[in-house]
Design a protein around this ligand. Structure first.
Ligand SMILES: [Zn+2]
Length: 254
């Protein structure tokens, strides 16, 4: 199984529009971060987690050939705004399954009403089959067994997903101990780390490192990163063994 980091930035991406912050002006390709998303695939199956505003560019760069399903962590725009750009996949392969919390599906139905239109739907509009995700109910996409992990993004519920020996959690601030148990034993954990300063709805770097100590995965990659965290190369040097900053277009095998 391979995990391709399509985007590793926080909601505004890096560089931030109009910013003169040194990280936003960096020439290092590892300091350029699109909105957060991963593509999990093997020879047969292809799943994307979240579909933010950079989705089109991410699909072109990664050369993702098909999508069996899109899993949504939550409804915030940096995770959902790219839905209209699934159309090229629809034209080639037909309807695409999306998996999300009931609340998130309702939110998408409101914001992308033309996608869910039953009568007189525009023929070129995106085509989705929405499937509700409930906590403690695993589901299967092709060869992938997916376990939802319930967590909190400030006051908002979010889902992380465990797929085989891989777990992906983003926009997490707090998580119950029984949910942490579901992640234990993974080879690779991806977890959000926004910046050094504490934040009301995201793990800080220290929060993320404390979480790594709790879960004890073989390897951890940090994502959903703000320019305020610093230069990729400098931050990486300060991290413990087997903890890495993810960067856009990194692909790992599990
Ligand atoms: Zn986010």
């Amino acid at each position: 199984m391979k995990v391709y980091f399509l985007g590793t930035g926080t909601s505004q991406g890096i560089p931030v529009i109009g910013s003169h912050h040194s990280v936003c002006l960096s020439d290092d390709f590892k300091d350029k971060r699109l909105r957060v998303s991963v593509w999990v695939h093997d020879d047969e199956n292809s799943v994307v987690i979240d579909c933010g505003p950079d989705f089109r560019q991410q699909m072109l760069t990664s050369k993702c050939p098909k999508i069996d399903a899109i899993l949504f962590t939550h409804e915030h725009s940096d995770h959902t705004a790219g839905i209209d750009d699934i159309r090229p996949f629809n034209f080639r392969q037909g309807e695409i399954e999306i998996y999300a919390h009931k609340r998130v599906i309702k939110n998408l139905e409101k914001r992308f009403d033309y996608v869910f239109e039953k009568e007189n739907k525009y023929p070129g509009a995106p085509s989705l089959k929405a499937i509700e995700v409930s906590n403690n109910k695993d589901f299967v996409v092709g060869n992938f067994k997916v376990s939802p992990i319930d967590a909190m993004h400030g006051n908002l519920q979010v889902f992380g997903f465990r797929i085989n020996d891989f777990a992906y959690l983003t926009d997490v601030k707090t998580i119950a101990s029984e949910e942490v148990e579901k992640i234990k034993g993974v080879k690779v954990l991806v977890i959000n780390a926004l910046r050094e300063e504490p934040h009301h709805s995201h793990f800080s770097l220290q929060d993320a490192l404390d979480f790594v100590t709790l879960v004890q995965p073989e390897k951890t990659y940090l994502t959903h990163i703000s320019h305020l965290l610093g230069f990729h190369e400098e931050v990486q040097k300060k991290l413990p063994k087997n903890v890495f900053l993810a960067y856009d277009n990194l692909e790992i095998s599990i």
